[in-house]
Write a protein that binds this ligand. Structure first.
Ligand code: XIL
Length: 383
C-alpha cells in the first residue's frame, strides 16, 4: 500500500514539473507565433540570417531562439567560433559551444555560417605573444585546418579573413601580416578550401563604402582569382547609422564587388540610432571612447526611443532593403548582427553602457516598426 502511494506521489511530482516546464516555454514564446516571418518573403531572394549569441546557443534565451528559428534561414555565431574561444591555449580546442551552435543550424535546416577564422581581434593571449614566423605559421595552419575540418559538410560558409585592410586600401599591419607577409590572406583561403572543398569562402570587412578601402579589397580579389584561388564572396559588415552611408554609396559597393564575379553579402547589418563619437566611422572593435561614457548627449534615448526616430529607423531599413531587392541577383545573404535590441553589441560599442535600438525586435521581443516595414516591402515584392 505504502509503495503504491509513493509511486503516485512520484507521478504527481513528475506531472507538475513537466507541465510547468512546458507551460513556461509556451508562455514565453507563444506570443511570437503571430509575428509574420521575414524568411517567408526574402528566402527566394537571398539567405536571411541573424548572429546568435551564447545565451541563444545554450538555450538560455528561448524567446530569441524562437525568433531566430521562425524568422531566419541562416545563422552566424556572434562570438562562439572566434579564436580566443575555440583555441584559448595552444593546441587546446574547446568546441562545446560551437558544436551546439552548429546543431541548431542542422536541426533547423539552416544555412550555417562560420565566423571567423583569421582576425586580429579576439585572439587568445598566446597568439598575441608569438614572435617567430614559423610558430605563427604552425598555429595558422593548424587552427584553420582543425576548425574547418571539424565542421566539414556542416558549416556552409566561412568568413575566412576579417578586416585585413586599412581605410586607405593598404594591408593592416596585423600580427598575421607582420609575421607571415602579405600573402597570408591567400594562404588562409587555400587552407580553408583544402580542409573543406565544398565550403563557401568569404572575405569580410567594414567601411567598404570608402572608395580606397574597397579598392584594396578589389585588388586582392582580382589577384586571388587570377591565381585560381577560390573566393566566393565579399562580406560587407554593414554596421551603419540612420544617415550613413548613403544609399548611393551602398549601391556602389554592390556594383563594384559583383563586377569581380563574386557574390556580395551583408554579413553584420545593424543601424545605430545614437550619435557617434565625432571621429568615428566603421567598426574597429578595439577603438576606445571611454571619455564619452556617462555623457548624456551620447545616450539620448535612455528611457525609450521617440516615435520619430522609430519611424526613421523603419524608413532606413526599408530603403536599404529596397536596394537589396533591386540587386538581389548579386547578393547571396543578408544577416542582422543580433536578434533583439537589448543584446546588441552596440549598447557597449563604441561607448559602454548606452541604450541603442539597432535591430528589428525590441527589448520585450516585440517586432518593431522596422520589422513591419520589411514584411510589407517583402510582401509587395512577392505579389
Ligand atoms: C563583436 C561582438 O558582437 C561582440 O559581442 C564582441 O564583444 C566583439 O565583437 N565586426 C565583426 C564581429 O566581425 O565579429 C564583431 O562582433 C563586430 C564587428
Amino acid at each position: 500500500m505504502k509503495k503504491k502511494s509513493n509511486n503516485f506521489n512520484l507521478i504527481l511530482i513528475f506531472c507538475i514539473v513537466f507541465c510547468s516546464f512546458s507551460f513556461a516555454n509556451n508562455l514565453n514564446t507563444s506570443f511570437l507565433d503571430s509575428i509574420d516571418s521575414l524568411k517567408k518573403y526574402y528566402i527566394s531572394l537571398f539567405n536571411i540570417g541573424a548572429a546568435i549569441n551564447k545565451d541563444i546557443i545554450l538555450g538560455l534565451d528561448m524567446e530569441s531562439k524562437h525568433i531566430v528559428e521562425s524568422q531566419f534561414n541562416s545563422i552566424t555565431p556572434e562570438n562562439s567560433l572566434k579564436w580566443m574561444f575555440i583555441q584559448p591555449s595552444p593546441n587546446s580546442f574547446n568546441f562545446k559551444d560551437a558544436d551546439k551552435y552548429v546543431n541548431i543550424g542542422l536541426k533547423n535546416n539552416m544555412h550555417i555560417v562560420g565566423h571567423v577564422l583569421v582576425w586580429h581581434s579576439q585572439l587568445p593571449d598566446f597568439m598575441q605573444k608569438i614572435e617567430s614566423k614559423s610558430e605563427m605559421n604552425n598555429h595558422f595552419e593548424s587552427h584553420i585546418n582543425t576548425v574547418v575540418s571539424r565542421y566539414k559538410g556542416k558549416i556552409d560558409a566561412w568568413d575566412v579573413v576579417n578586416e585585413a585592410f586599412n581605410d586607405d586600401g593598404s594591408l593592416r599591419e596585423s600580427i598575421f601580416y607582420n609575421l607571415l607577409g602579405n600573402n597570408y590572406i591567400e594562404k588562409a583561403f587555400k587552407l580553408a578550401h583544402d580542409a573543406d572543398p565544398k565550403a563557401y569562402l568569404i572575405y569580410n570587412d567594414y567601411n567598404l563604402y570608402k572608395t580606397k578601402k574597397r579598392g584594396g579589397v578589389i585588388r586582392m580579389v582580382k589577384g586571388m582569382k587570377s591565381k585560381g584561388i577560390k573566393i566566393d564572396g565579399v562580406g560587407v559588415q554593414a554596421h551603419w547609422s540612420l544617415n550613413h552611408p548613403s544609399l548611393d554609396e551602398i549601391e556602389q559597393i554592390i556594383l563594384d564587388i559583383s563586377k569581380l564575379g563574386v557574390d556580395v553579402l551583408f554579413t553584420e547589418l545593424d543601424i545605430s540610432v545614437l550619435p557617434n563619437p565625432w571621429e568615428l566611422v566603421g567598426a574597429e572593435v578595439n577603438q576606445n571612447f571611454s571619455k564619452f561614457e556617462g555623457d548624456p548627449k551620447m545616450n539620448p534615448y535612455k528611457e525609450k526611443l521617440p516615435k520619430s526616430i522609430q519611424n526613421k529607423l523603419a524608413k532606413r531599413y526599408k530603403d536599404i532593403f529596397k536596394l537589396f531587392i533591386k540587386h538581389s541577383d548579386k547578393i547571396s545573404r543578408v544577416t542582422f548582427w543580433g536578434v533583439m535590441d537589448k543584446h546588441s553589441w552596440l549598447n557597449d560599442w563604441p561607448i559602454k553602457g548606452r541604450i541603442n535600438y539597432p535591430l528589428l525586435f525590441d527589448r520585450k521581443y516585440q517586432a518593431k516598426k522596422a520589422h513591419k516595414a520589411l514584411i510589407e516591402l517583402g510582401s509587395i515584392n512577392n505579389d
